[in-house]
Design a protein around this ligand. Structure first.
Ligand code: SF4
Ligand code: SF4
Length: 151
């Protein structure tokens, strides 16, 4: 009859108090979880999502990319597959019309961000993208830039 054993009763009581102590401590500790996906996480500035195009400081409606192709040539993974631009009438610089990133092969090494002569690339804070096909990971960064302007 273990329940009538005083030693067992004391041990059980001590164990219960220790357990309650852990529960009470956790109850008053700051909450570290969020109600994902209803609540989005605050991402560290050093987080590396896929690359994104940065707006031109003088003309925020456009990207600052000058379509030099340096990022495409120097990407070690061949993840930048199509950088295309056109020179519009009356404009001095080319305007970027397409920038396709194949995120399936990107290692997020940062070479493209470092090498860009006009700082037109940065890492996004995107962390919860889900796709069903490999093609779904082919991001058109120009389209994404245009979408960001609207939202
Ligand atoms: S981060 Fe590295 S692998 Fe990814 S696109 Fe840039 S250069 Fe290529
Ligand atoms: S290196 Fe910079 S400016 Fe040149 S094509 Fe890439 S993003 Fe555009």
């Amino acid at each position: 009859m273990a329940l009538t054993n005083p030693v067992a009763i004391v041990k059980g009581a001590v164990s219960l108090i220790i357990g309650l102590g852990v529960t009470i401590k956790a109850f008053f500790s700051p909450v570290v979880t969020v109600q994902y996906p209803r609540v989005e996480l605050k991402i560290s500035p050093r987080f590396r999502g896929h690359t994104k195009l940065v707006a031109d400081k003088d003309n925020p409606d456009k990207t600052s990319c000058i379509v030099c192709g340096m990022c495409e040539k120097n990407c070690p993974s061949g993840a930048i597959v199509k950088v295309v631009g056109e020179k519009k009438e009356g404009e001095k610089k080319k305007t970027l019309t397409s920038y396709i990133l194949d995120f399936t092969t990107c290692s997020q090494c940062g070479i493209c961000v470092e090498i860009c002569p006009v700082d037109a690339l940065a890492f996004s804070a995107e962390y919860n993208r889900a796709v069903f096909t490999r093609e779904g990971c082919h991001f058109d960064l120009v389209k994404e830039f245009e979408k960001r302007k609207i939202h």
